[in-house]
Ligand binder design. Structure first.
Ligand SMILES: *Cc1c(COP(=O)(O)O)cnc(C)c1O
Length: 471
């Protein structure tokens, strides 16, 4: 485009006052406030100006384009953006989708204490202060066999607090095969550096022997750190050091043996493949002095990090300034306490993550058949005869860094459209009022049923109806 053409286009953008006075904008004043409506329109105008300067030639007249984009963004912002979605991906612990959905007991507990004053740091017996950790410490100790325990904001905070308390200015030895990155912001070497400890990496990527650990110990060493490799596995020739060997070595040299377990398995799961995860209890029994793990992975509770193990070490962490910055809120503690009590009273199957991981073939098949019926009925009602629904086998996953290479065999419903691509249908399902997040495989949309919760079939039917209308 010529410079004068660009300038003419830029000049044809309607003035802000005119836009703000239009009824389509005023409609959002009540929910968002006039200032936010203005800010959002400013963003859209900036975006359009940038595009025009880089050569974009709009198909619509500019005033229509502005109204179209601004109204869409305003609509999006005028209701909650943190909202329910249907997880039809088959990945049980899906970090982007909020990890573990809470058990109903946990939800009830959050409700019961959050709208009222509560005993967060108060003991009616003592008529005085009691630490907030006391609500969950005895439960964690009871379930894992730990001597003491501390709950913090998440597992990253647990690792950071533990290392900051035990090893500032001292050496922490870790295996080269376990220098993991989790998500995009948790890297063991970075957390170690941030805690003030000095990292000594030993061994090779695929092989670390006890002699490597022993050879790296100096008089400034404080901790032997074992890290759960979480989201990857090394196949082929692999030699790693056992927990028992590390425990014995740390005992012999007067060091702390700490393990970042990641996914905190509290009791063994029924799985269709060998259970490679060790429970927190196993790790402590094998001699780990400190174990850290997440509350919202295999445990199935809220976002929380747990430090369990030696009382003497945990008492040190309780006195550390950092604890104040990573302490846990009342809603989270309520949900966590209720979840732990389900383990205590042997009602694990009421925890959604546990239930979904353990779903057997016949239960999954039944779920898939039911969804298939619901979808066929919905399509028939809409007269949508250009879609083909079928029962498909799926590969589901535990997620959250547990069992990274083991698929859970599952079932789902495949949707193939004769006049619509899988990508386009999937996008429409994602953009419906309650978003449905599906998988795509072999050119068809696949709804994995393992991760569907109560009421999700109706939500999927509604999303499918909306998707057809939005075509
Ligand atoms: C998931 C994970 C973490 C991070 O835990 P958050 O609770 O997400 O902070 C740290 N270490 C390991 C080994 C993990 O798997």
């Amino acid at each position: 485009m010529t410079p004068s053409g660009t300038n003419a286009l830029l000049r044809s953008i309607p003035p802000m006052e005119e836009l703000l006075n239009a009824p389509w904008a005023a409609e959002f004043f009540e929910s968002l406030g006039r200032d936010q409506v203005k800010n959002i329109i400013v963003c859209i105008l900036d975006e359009i100006r940038r595009e025009i300067r880089s050569g974009f030639q709009p198909e619509l007249p500019l005033d229509c384009l502005v109204v179209c984009r601004a109204a869409e963004l305003l609509r999006l912002k005028s209701s909650s953006t943190l909202k329910t979605v249907v997880n039809a991906t088959g990945v049980v612990i899906h970090t982007n989708l909020g990890r573990a959905p809470l058990a109903s007991e946990a939800l009830a507990a959050v409700n019961a204490v959050s709208g009222t004053y509560n005993t967060l740091e108060y003991s009616p017996q003592k008529a005085g202060r009691e630490g907030r950790n006391s609500h969950v410490e005895w439960l964690i100790c009871g379930i894992t066999g730990a001597e003491a325990a501390l709950a913090v904001n998440n597992n990253a905070a647990a690792v950071l607090l533990a290392l900051s308390s035990i090893a500032p200015g001292r050496e922490v030895i870790v295996s080269s095969g376990e220098l993991v990155e989790i998500g995009d912001s948790f890297r063991i070497p970075d957390i170690l550096a941030f805690s003030g400890a000095k990292m000594t990496a030993v061994g090779c990527t695929n092989s670390t022997r006890i002699s490597d650990w022993r050879g790296a110990i100096t008089e400034n060493t404080a901790v032997l750190l074992k890290v759960h490799p979480s989201n990857y596995r090394i196949e082929g020739f692999v030699a790693s050091t056992s927990r028992e060997e590390l425990a014995a070595l740390s005992w012999e040299c007067g060091l702390v043996f700490m393990e970042d377990l990641g996914s905190g398995l509290l009791s063994p799961l029924n799985l269709p493949f060998p259970d490679r995860e060790h429970s927190v209890r196993d790790c402590l029994a094998a001699g780990a002095n400190i174990v850290t793990f997440s509350g919202d992975k295999l445990l199935g509770g809220p976002q929380i990090g747990i430090i369990a193990g030696s009382k003497q070490l945990i008492d040190k962490m309780r006195r550390h300034q950092l604890l104040r910055a990573v302490r846990v809120d009342k809603m989270t503690l309520a949900a966590f306490e209720a979840t732990l009590r389900l383990y205590l009273s042997d009602r694990r199957e009421e925890i959604p993550v546990v239930r979904m991981i353990e779903l057997d073939k016949s239960a999954l098949l039944q779920k898939a058949r039911r969804l298939l019926r619901v979808l066929r009925k919905t399509a028939a009602k809409l007269g949508a005869d250009d879609f083909c629904f079928s029962l498909v086998e799926t590969q589901d996953a535990v997620g959250g860094g547990a069992f990274p290479t083991d698929a859970l065999p599952g079932f789902g419903v495949g949707i193939r459209g004769t006049s619509r691509s899988a990508e386009s249908l999937a996008a429409a399902l994602r953009m419906s009022r309650i978003p449905v997040i599906p998988g795509i495989r072999d050119g068809q949309v696949v709804l994995h049923v393992r991760t569907l919760l109560d009421g999700d079939e109706k939500r999927i039917a509604a999303a499918f109806t909306q998707a057809l209308n939005s075509k």
